[in-house]
Design a binder for this molecule. Structure first.
Ligand SMILES: Nc1nc2c([nH]c(=O)n2[C@@H]2O[C@H](COP(=O)(O)OP(=O)(O)OP(=O)(O)O)[C@@H](O)[C@H]2O)c(=O)[nH]1
Length: 131
């Protein structure tokens, strides 16, 4: 089975976190799910470099990347993902949604209102237990 390494930004503006919705996909289990923005780490790139690149590409933002929060391993029916979630901060909510179909800024305790990609659930749970 294919394995991918992914970085994702848990982006805070004050006490709210950016949640973005994936477009429709042939993989039903990730189609239209909410996630933390990011993407695959390319060869020759550090995780931080990959996250900076993806956030600029997907949202046109340059957040302050603070620290690694949680690494999750999840096996979907077609591939295995290792996802590193990094705490990030922005000082404005301004962004351009270039790949996702919607966005929400939610407080940690509100995150379970959304339908998350399965790999994100441990990160959502940790954020909810720490608020
Ligand atoms: N970015 C991101 N991807 C996630 C999360 N949770 C999760 O399961 N994934 C999965 O990890 C993979 C990341 O791929 P991607 O499509 O976002 O990455 P990318 O921008 O590099 O893709 P590309 O191949 O189209 O250039 C997707 O299969 C996605 O479903 C998440 O919170 N953020």
């Amino acid at each position: 089975m294919k394995s991918i390494e992914v970085v994702a930004g848990i982006i805070f503006f004050k006490n709210q976190i950016l949640c973005v919705q994936r477009p429709e996909s042939k993989h039903q289990y990730i189609s239209k799910k909410f996630e933390f923005p990011g993407g695959k780490v390319e060869p020759e790139e550090t995780k931080i470099e990959a996250l900076q690149r993806e956030l600029l590409e997907e949202l046109n933002i340059i957040p302050a990347i603070k620290s690694l929060y949680l690494t999750v391993e999840h096996t979907y029916p077609d591939f295995k993902v290792t996802m590193h979630g990094f705490l990030c901060e922005v000082d404005s909510k301004a962004l351009s949604l270039r790949e996702h179909i919607s966005q929400e800024w939610l407080k940690p305790e509100e995150l379970n209102q959304l339908d998350w990609a399965a790999a994100d659930i441990p990160i959502v749970q940790k954020l909810q237990s720490n608020h």
